[in-house]
Design a protein around this ligand. Structure first.
Ligand code: UTP
Length: 281
């Protein structure tokens, strides 16, 4: 497997979840009892990306504490039934290395990714926006699917899904030519277009594979919509020089950055758990 590193931009303010996110990172919101960012790291590890780089900001220290041992707590629950509740996260701590850098000014996802250059270096890497919770109950996770495509094409890849046309203003939207089932060469990309200006209804969601050339391109990309440095604009600049692919992933995505998507994810996971419990009774 070639891609070993995965970047988690997690510096955003998460204003849609205020007041919950006033003192707590959005990425630590739990679906069932597991924080969103842990689902993301599990997906990265499934794709063999064990070097985890996280872009944090002020007020995000809980993320670092989550991916570290808590000896006092572990001592407290040792030998009880609750011990197993920490086994998944402890396994991640054993298998991964975590490094962090701070984005001091929240000036966009492109800028957050650019901050990751020192942690990533000169190699291709995955990107996970942990507030997009992705699952694929019938096979490989989304990052693993994208990694396999990277091995074949060796270029930047964005994950996409079809969305209702009246929601294009929430997403980066791509247009492209389909070269394989569900795989497109990007010909255009627009961040948050009005429905009438959108080139399609194919929306970028929070999974990317990027090559290190992206850092130089972001550096030369001017602030776009909302006066933020947009990764979509940088990737369009990349697409003008090199191939960029858009991949309609297999699986399901919950937009846990919004209350509706978060509730949908919580209900879905709760129902799955109760199904398992009923079948084992
Ligand atoms: P969002 O657009 O969801 O913004 O960012 P947000 O600040 O997290 O949430 P709201 O809209 O205020 O509720 C998408 C992803 O990009 C990261 C966020 O942490 C999230 O994972 N991001 C965004 C950064 O790391 N830095 C930024 O400057 C902007």
């Amino acid at each position: 497997m070639i891609i070993k590193k995965c970047l988690f931009p997690a510096a955003g303010y998460g204003t849609r979840f205020l007041p919950a996110t006033k003192a707590m990172p959005k990425e630590m919101l739990p679906v069932m009892a597991k924080p969103l960012i842990q689902y993301g790291v599990e997906e990265a590890v499934e794709a063999n990306m064990n070097t985890i780089a996280i872009i944090t900001g002020r007020g995000k220290r809980a993320i670092e504490d989550h991916f570290d041992y808590s000896y006092e707590l572990e001592h407290q629950i040792k030998g009880t039934k609750k011990e197993s509740l920490l086994s998944d996260v402890n396994e991640l701590i054993e298998r991964c290395t975590f490094s962090y850098t701070r984005q001091n000014e929240m000036n966009g996802l492109g800028a957050a990714i650019y901050k990751g250059e020192t942690l990533i270096g000169n190699q291709p890497f995955g990107v996970v926006l942990a507030d997009d919770l992705c699952i694929n109950p019938s096979g490989d996770g989304v990052l693993k699917q994208m990694s396999a495509i990277y091995e074949k094409y060796r270029c930047c890849i964005v994950a996409i899904q079809e969305i209702p046309k009246d929601e294009t203003y929430k997403y980066g939207i791509v247009a492209g030519n389909e070269i394989e089932d569900g795989l497109f060469i990007v010909s255009d990309m627009v961040e948050k277009p009005k429905p009438k200006d959108a080139p399609s209804n194919l929306a970028i969601i929070g999974r990317y594979i990027l090559t290190p050339e992206i850092f130089g391109i972001i550096k030369d990309t001017k602030a776009g919509i909302n006066k933020e440095i947009q990764i979509t604009d940088a990737l369009l600049n990349m697409a003008k020089k090199n191939m960029v692919l858009a991949y309609k992933f297999k699986g399901k995505r919950f937009d846990c950055g919004s209350i509706d998507g978060y509730m949908e994810a919580s209900n879905y996971f709760y129902q799955q758990t109760s199904k398992v419990e009923k079948s084992t009774k």
